[in-house]
Design a protein around this ligand. Sequence first.
Ligand SMILES: N[C@@H](CCC(=O)N[C@@H](CS)C(=O)NCC(=O)O)C(=O)O
Length: 231
Amino acid sequence: MLKLYQFYPLPTVPNASLFCMKVETYLKMAQIPYQTVHWMNPSKAPKGKLPFIEDNGQKIADSRFIIEYLQRQYPNTLDDHLSPQQKAYGAALARMVDEHLYWVVVYSRWQDKAHWPLLKQVFFAHMSSPLKWFVPQIVRKLMLKQLHNQGMSRHLPDEVYHIATDDLQHLANALGKQAYFLGDKPTTVDASLYALLANVLYSGLTPRLTEIAKKHTNLQHYCERMAKFFD
Ligand SMILES: N[C@@H](CCC(=O)N[C@@H](CS)C(=O)NCC(=O)O)C(=O)O
């Protein structure tokens, strides 16, 4: 059976990693049977990041390539009704989440000092004792370096939360009164959007972002609908 290598789940969201949760949401939406393998050390993954999958003796890394592989190997009708224009719009929304808002979440979790004690406790809950004493600091240093290189942490905190406010408003407007981001049926792009929005609203790890997102009741109702895939 297909194996999904990902971090341990959190009590309130299927995964704290947006990319692990995106792939798991897609597997559920596409009704593909899989086994989860909980993995703590991304450096041992094929591309040094999680998630990756193993299927028929082949390892595939990166959520985008994983989903493309799954679409080829386990065809489904999720996106069949979409026009090329809707697919292009969906891809733009997914990239906004995966390549941009993701960094706002990373900032809120790792850079914002007020959030660090809780993050440390929750993220490293499954780590054994000697490692637990020094690994969290090493990982935090790595994440802060990534944030600096990507550029998000060069902004002032208020600027980062301004970006979040603006972009979450765009997402709320994009969803409007629809049940899912591309209409009345869930499609592949909802895997990315749900992973981000559920983490922002329910993980408990980004209180300032949660406050901003909670103003949009349509985004909350959307997450409640998407959560049914995990029942
Ligand atoms: N482009 C990758 C991004 C995956 C990613 O950034 N994973 C993070 C967890 S959310 C990770 O493993 N980070 C470990 C590291 O950067 O060392 C994907 O779509 O799968």
